[in-house]
Design a protein around this ligand. Structure first.
Ligand SMILES: [Zn+2]
Ligand SMILES: [Zn+2]
Length: 574
C-alpha cells in the first residue's frame, strides 16, 4: 500500500512537469517588420516537439553599413533540432523564406512549401547556389499534411504573391490559426482569394489561438482590391504619350500580369528589365500563374521601340543601387534610357528606411524630364496586409480564445492587440521576439525567455552583430582613420621615417595647417618625450603615440578619429 501510494505521488508530480503545453515564440518578426521566424512547441517543458513557421531575412538599416542582409540567430532551435519536426513556409516573400537556403544546414528539418514558393527557392538555388540543398517537400495549396504531432491545413490567403497560405494547426492541445500575411481581396487577379468559408468553418470548430498579421493595424477601412489597381494602372497608361516605365516588387505576379494586360490593351510592347523580375516571371509561367506563351521583350529592345509603343517593367522600386531603375536614372544602364515626357510609375510602397534612396532616384528622373507617379498620386499600388475592418472581420469569424499579434513593430502589435480587445477577445497576449508564451492550457502566460539576435551577411561571410566589425565601420564612417607606422629597434631608436596615412579626415585645419603635419609633429614630440630606456617598451610607445595623435587631431578638428599605430621592431643598427 505504502509503496503504491508513494509511486502514485511520484507519478502525479511528474505529471505536472509533464503536462502537455502548447507554446509559441518568435526568433524574428515580433517587434519588427521582417525576418519572420515563428516556433510552435507541443509537449511538456522537458520534451517538446517543435514546428517552425517561416525562416526569413530582413534588410540592413542605415546604421548597418556594408551589410547585405540580416539573418536570424537560430541558436535556440539549433540546440533543439532533434525535436524540430519541420519548417512550413507560408509564402515566397524574402521576409518569410529568405534565410532558408543559408540557414537550412543548421537545422536539417524538412521544409514544406507550395509549388510557387518551391519554384522561387529552386530558381534562387540555381542562380546563387548554396552550401547544401534543403530537403524541400512540395505540398499543394489548401492541402493537409502532418508535421510530427502538428496537423497542418493550408488555408489560401490573398496577399501580394501567389499561394500565400495561412496555417490551421491542429494539435492535441488545441487548434491554432496562424494567418501569415493576408488581406481580404475578393479579386486578387492571380491565385486564390482568401478562403473565407474555410476560415468561418475554423471558427465553428473552435480556435484556441489566433496569431495574426499586424502590419496595417493603424489603417482604417478595407484595402482596395488588386483588380482596382489593375484598372487604375490601365487608365493611367492609356493617357500616356511617350514611354511608360513601371517599377514594382518583382514577386508581385498579379501586378506583372496587370501591366502585361495594360500593354496589350494600349498597343504597347512589354519590356522586362531586371533579373529578379525574369526569375519570378519564369516561376509564374512554370506554376501556371502566367500563361505559357506570356510574351515580353528583353531590355535590349527598349531603345529600338517607338516611345509610344513602349511599356517597361523594371526592378528597383526600393532605390536599390544596382537595380535597373537606379542605373537607368544615372544614365548607366546599357539599354534603358529615359527621356523628357516619359512616365515613370512607382507601383509599390516605400519600405521604411528606403525613403532617401528612392527620393534621390525620383529626383534624377525628374531632372531628366520624366513625370514620376507614386502611390501618393493615384491608385497605382495596394497593400497586401489587412486594414482594421479586415482584422475585425477575421476576429468575428474566428472568435479565438487568444489573440497573439505578429508581423509588426511594437506599435503595430499593440494596435492589433487593442483592436482584438475591443472585439471582445478575452485573452490578448502581445509579445516580442524571444518571449516564450504558453498558449494552452489555461490563460496565456510568458513562461520563459529564449535567445534571439541578428547575424549579418557581410560579403562572403556571416558574422554575429555583436562581433563589432559593423559597429567599427559605423564609427569609421563618422570620424575617419589615421594610420601611423613606426620602425623601432629593441633599444628604442626610431629607424627611418615615420609613415602616416589619413583616410576620411579633412586635409587641413582652420588655419591652413596640413593635418598630416600635425599628426607627424604629434608622433615625433611623443617619442622624444619618452625617456630612452622606456622607449624599449614598444607597447608603451604605441599607446602613447595613439593617444597623442588622437588628441592632436581632436584639437584641430573637434573630432577624435580612429588611430592605428603599427610598431615594427627591427634589429639594432651596427
Ligand atoms: Zn508577405
Ligand atoms: Zn511579411
Amino acid at each position: 500500500m505504502t509503496d503504491r501510494r508513494g509511486s502514485g505521488q511520484a507519478t502525479s508530480d511528474r505529471d505536472s512537469h509533464h503536462a502537455d503545453e502548447l507554446v509559441f515564440a518568435a526568433l524574428g518578426g515580433l517587434g519588427e517588420i521582417g525576418m519572420n521566424v515563428y516556433l510552435y512547441g507541443l509537449g511538456p517543458a522537458d520534451d517538446r516537439k517543435w514546428l517552425m513557421v517561416d525562416l526569413g531575412i530582413t534588410f540592413p538599416g542605415a546604421n548597418e553599413p556594408g551589410v547585405d542582409v540580416v539573418l536570424p540567430d537560430l541558436r535556440f532551435i539549433r540546440a533543439e533540432r532533434a525535436s524540430l519536426a519541420g519548417i512550413v513556409i507560408t509564402h515566397a516573400h524574402e521576409d518569410h523564406v529568405g534565410a532558408v537556403l543559408e540557414m537550412w544546414p543548421e537545422l536539417r528539418a524538412p521544409v514544406y512549401c507550395t509549388p510557387f514558393t518551391a519554384g522561387m527557392l529552386k530558381a534562387k538555388l540555381a542562380e546563387f547556389g548554396s552550401r547544401e540543398k534543403p530537403d524541400i517537400h512540395v505540398v499543394a495549396p489548401a492541402s493537409r499534411f502532418d508535421v510530427g504531432p502538428f496537423g497542418i491545413e493550408l488555408i489560401p490567403m490573398a496577399h501580394s504573391i501567389p499561394e500565400t497560405s495561412g496555417l490551421a494547426i491542429r494539435t492535441r492541445a488545441g487548434l491554432l490559426f496562424h494567418t501569415a500575411d493576408w488581406k481580404l481581396d475578393p479579386d486578387p487577379l492571380v491565385g486564390q482569394p482568401t478562403d473565407t468559408a474555410r476560415i468561418q468553418a475554423l471558427g465553428k470548430e473552435g480556435v484556441t489561438a489566433l496569431i495574426c498579421d499586424s502590419t496595417n493595424a493603424f489603417r482604417d477601412g478595407v484595402s482596395p482590391s488588386e483588380a482596382e489597381v489593375s484598372r487604375s494602372l490601365a487608365e493611367i497608361i492609356k493617357g500616356a504619350k511617350k514611354r511608360v516605365i513601371i517599377t514594382t516588387f518583382a514577386s508581385n505576379v498579379a501586378r506583372i500580369k496587370s501591366v502585361a494586360d495594360a500593354a496589350e490593351a494600349t498597343g504597347r510592347r512589354l519590356v522586362i528589365a531586371g533579373r529578379a523580375l525574369n526569375r519570378s516571371i519564369q516561376v509564374a509561367i512554370d506554376t501556371g500563374y502566367l500563361p505559357p506563351d506570356f510574351e515580353y521583350l528583353g531590355p535590349e529592345h527598349f531603345n529600338y521601340l517607338a516611345p509610344e509603343e513602349t511599356l517597361a517593367l523594371a526592378t528597383g522600386s526600393q532605390g536599390e543601387p544596382r537595380a535597373a531603375m537606379a542605373r537607368a536614372a544615372d544614365g548607366e544602364h546599357r539599354d534603358i534610357k529615359f527621356g523628357p515626357g516619359d512616365l515613370v510609375i512607382y507601383s509599390s510602397r516605400t519600405i521604411p528606411g528606403n525613403e532617401k534612396d528612392i527620393i534621390a532616384i525620383q529626383n534624377k528622373l525628374a531632372g531628366l524630364g520624366c513625370t514620376v507617379l507614386t502611390d501618393a498620386d493615384g491608385l497605382v499600388h495596394v497593400t497586401g496586409h489587412p486594414r482594421r475592418e479586415e482584422l475585425r472581420q477575421l476576429f468575428d469569424w474566428i472568435k479565438p480564445k487568444v489573440l497573439v499579434p505578429m508581423h509588426g513593430e511594437i506599435r503595430h502589435l499593440q494596435e492589433n492587440a487593442r483592436l482584438g480587445r475591443a472585439a471582445g477577445i478575452a485573452d490578448v497576449r502581445s509579445v516580442l521576439n524571444g518571449e516564450l508564451v504558453r498558449l494552452a492550457p489555461g490563460r496565456t502566460r510568458v513562461i520563459d525567455e529564449i535567445p534571439t539576435g541578428r547575424y549579418y551577411r557581410d560579403g562572403k561571410l556571416i558574422v554575429p552583430d555583436g562581433e563589432g566589425s559593423v559597429r567599427e565601420r559605423r564609427k569609421l564612417s563618422a570620424v575617419g582613420l589615421v594610420a601611423v607606422a613606426i620602425a623601432i629597434t629593441p633599444r628604442g631608436e626610431v629607424v627611418g621615417d615615420v609613415d602616416v596615412a589619413l583616410d576620411g579626415i579633412p586635409e587641413e585645419d582652420a588655419t591652413g595647417e596640413l593635418m598630416e603635419d600635425l599628426v607627424l609633429d604629434a608622433v615625433d614630440g611623443t617619442i622624444e618625450s619618452i625617456p630612452a630606456r622606456r622607449r624599449r617598451d614598444a607597447e608603451l610607445v604605441r599607446e602613447a603615440v595613439r593617444r597623442s595623435v588622437r588628441a592632436a587631431v581632436d584639437r584641430a578638428w573637434g573630432k577624435r578619429p580612429i588611430v592605428k599605430v603599427l610598431m615594427n621592431v627591427v634589429p639594432a643598427r651596427g
